[in-house]
Write a protein that binds this ligand. Structure first.
Ligand SMILES: Cc1ncc(COP(=O)(O)O)c(C=O)c1O
Length: 430
């Protein structure tokens, strides 16, 4: 194995001018409902059951599976030569696809194996010191909480977790922004939140929150700057967003949920002027390796080359991620958002009309996305989901201290399936 060839050019020389805007790449999508019937047939997932949990771990469409199989076969047949010849170009193609999807520079992405890995790499690598304040929330996932706890234990920063809003069903944008603004302290260096909460289904107004943080930063020197970190896994692949639509500094997402990418894939994105705020935890297999070997002179590294964990990976999965980005862009990000919101709204309106069920997710799509959480009077969440499973509806419970039942329709679902969920919920009795 010629390590020089293998690693060569992994510092990406991709001009920003090669980027296409993510919106407007909807070549094969058609305007009619036939699109969703076709989408459904792309997935091998069992449709005898009503699948309302793709948000946990996705089944992928054949367009993705076929590419995984292509790379798996090539790696099985001749692994060393294949990887030597293809590692830099296929890594680059994956990054280009991510850049196109979020309309940004591909060099701003590190490739990870999951949301959890991205969050840990980010929080563990942040340059914080004793006395620095991390502002987080009571709404975040275990992976955010624990990554922050582990990091703060090492660097001595303190963590405060605030309620951004009262009861989720009546949350408002104004109260979220107000609570955020009031909680920022002179020593706050990090704000860490979740875009679409898997605990409640609340979608935070990230762009407006970025503006609050930006306003605070306007009065600060760069060594006091606040960095805004977002676990975006449940908006990513649903909401029609680019990184500039969000305005945060760091964005983390697994790509094996709503994006329907290969299992064990994810991204960690960083705005260029935030790259210096974080150091790697795992040595990258990039041009950094060649620098270590004295094969090339030391030089600056882009975010991919600095932060993508090294070691060999399940490359057939990573490189097939491009196919998942392409799949979404071909359908159209705006259509996917519209459809997911439409099915979720239909479900929420149905649930709202059932007297024995309390909907916890806001109805407005301004503050919700594809996750819908609820409680049935006198029936705990686990029993609720078990009863739905008996009716062939695959829901999930929220893995939090307060447990709710959760249904999360996506573009593989139909209106009829949503109606069946509503009927099954109407029939649920303690
Ligand atoms: C908000 C949130 N963040 C992180 C995760 C963990 O995601 P992953 O399995 O990609 O690590 C989950 C799991 O669904 C989640 O709901």
């Amino acid at each position: 194995m010629n390590r020089r060839n293998f690693l060569a050019k992994t510092t990406l020389s991709i001009g920003a001018t090669t980027l296409l805007p993510a919106i407007g790449c909807q070549a094969a999508a058609t305007q009619n409902m036939g699109v969703w019937e076709a989408v459904r047939t792309d997935f091998p997932i069992k449709t005898e059951k009503i699948q309302m949990s793709q948000m946990l771990l996705a089944s992928h469409p054949k367009q993705v599976s076929e590419v995984i199989e292509k790379y798996r076969k090539a790696l099985d047949e001749n692994p060393a030569e294949y990887i030597e010849a293809n590692f830099p170009p296929l890594e680059r193609e994956t990054l280009m696809a991510a850049g196109k999807y979020l309309a940004t520079d591909p060099r701003e992405f590190a490739l990870t194996d999951s949301t959890t890995m991205g969050l840990s790499l980010l929080f563990n690598g942040l340059h914080l010191k004793p006395g620095d304040d991390i502002l987080s929330t009571t709404h975040d996932h275990y992976s955010t909480e624990k990554s922050l706890d582990f990091a703060a234990k090492r660097n001595g920063a303190t963590i405060r977790r605030i309620d951004l809003h009262g009861p989720p069903s009546t949350a408002t944008k104004e109260e979220i922004l107000d609570n955020l603004e009031k909680a920022i302290l002179p020593n706050t260096r990090i704000v860490a939140v979740t875009y679409v909460q898997s605990s409640t289904g609340v979608k935070l107004p990230i762009k407006a929150m970025s503006a609050v943080i930006q306003a605070a930063n306007n009065n600060r020197t760069s060594d006091k700057r606040i960095y805004f970190c977002v676990d975006a896994v449940h908006g990513f692949g649903v909401e029609d967003i680019t990184v500039s639509d969000l305005g945060c500094d760091f964005l983390v997402a697994g790509t094996h949920k709503w994006l329907f990418g290969p299992r064990g894939t994810g991204i960690l994105w960083a705005k260029k002027d935030a790259w210096d705020m974080v150091s790697p935890t795992i040595p990258p297999f990039s041009s950094a390796f060649l620098m270590w070997m004295d094969t090339i002179p030391d030089g600056p590294l882009d975010f991919y080359s600095k932060m993508t964990p090294g070691g060999f990976h399940s490359f057939e999965h990573r490189w097939a991620l491009k196919a998942a980005f392409d799949y979404h862009l071909t359908i159209g990000k705006n259509k996917i958002q519209q459809r997911t919101h439409q099915l979720s709204s239909m479900l929420k309106e149905g649930i709202q009309a059932i007297p024995h069920i309390k909907l916890h997710t806001p109805v407005s799509t301004e503050l919700s996305s594809g996750i819908n959480c609820f409680e049935v009077d006198g029936l705990d969440a686990k029993k609720t989901i078990a009863k739905l499973h008996e009716a062939n509806i695959i829901g999930s419970t929220t893995p939090y201290k307060k447990v709710y039942a959760r249904l999360t329709p996506c573009i593989i679902n139909t209106e009829e399936e949503v109606q069946q969920c509503i009927m099954a919920l109407e029939n649920l009795r303690a």
